[in-house]
Design a protein around this ligand. Structure first.
Ligand SMILES: Cc1cc2nc3c(=O)[nH]c(=O)nc-3n(C[C@H](O)[C@H](O)[C@H](O)COP(=O)(O)O)c2cc1C
Length: 180
């Protein structure tokens, strides 16, 4: 139990969290579903293994140094590979690449890359040839404040490949809610 001193007039956030376990409410989901996110293929590698997954909980968080955060659920195969290799690449999808959503969903990494052009970047992570552009990152920190791990990566290489309109959750049936 927390202590509530006689002079204290309001509860601190920590005390509030102790009183009530904060859970997602249906009303909150309605508001959250109107948030917009980019949709990326996050690729990783470890030795001869390569993998890619769709990721949308991604953001730039610093200009100097240039840092990107990607929230990855610990159940993802990619999570294990990022922890080992300490790097990832973010491939920016364009609006004509919606078919990549299903391609990068399945459990078989070989099927994900079958029949598409890619090369290995400076980190060894796959760079998809048809994408708008990419950023390669080296992990500099990681946190687990909730049910996803926040991988913070410093950009060590990036390039715009074509001037197309990027794919976002505005072009997708809904927002990723990250329940599992
Ligand atoms: C639009 C969309 C956005 C997604 N965003 C994320 C995300 O930000 N983080 C995450 O862990 N999973 C996300 N996912 C789920 C993963 O892409 C999915 O679980 C994938 O199969 C994981 O692949 P892996 O297990 O081979 O790494 C998203 C899925 C979709 C369709």
């Amino acid at each position: 139990m927390f202590r509530f001193s006689k002079r204290q007039k309001t509860l601190t956030i920590g005390q509030l969290n102790q009183l009530e376990e904060i859970k997602m409410k249906p009303e909150w989901i309605k508001a959250i579903s109107k948030m917009t996110f980019g949709i990326y293929v996050l690729t990783t590698t470890d030795k001869e293994i390569i993998n890619g997954m769709i990721a949308s909980w991604v953001s730039m968080i610093s200009y100097s140094p240039p840092l990107i955060v990607a929230a990855v659920h610990p159940n993802r195969y990619s999570h294990m590979i990022i922890e080992k290799s300490a790097c990832f690449a973010l491939n920016i999808l364009s609006q004509d690449q919606k078919d990549f959503l299903s391609r990068f969903k399945g459990p078989d990494p070989n099927a994900k890359f079958a029949g598409i052009d890619y090369r290995k970047g400076k980190t060894g992570s796959p760079i998809l040839s048809g994408c708008t552009g990419y950023m390669e990152c080296k992990i500099v920190d990681q946190y687990k404040p909730g049910n996803h791990t926040l991988f913070i990566g410093e950009i060590i290489n990036a390039k715009l490949l074509k001037d197309s309109i990027p794919l976002s959750t505005l072009n997708y049936k809904g927002v990723y809610l990250g329940k599992d």
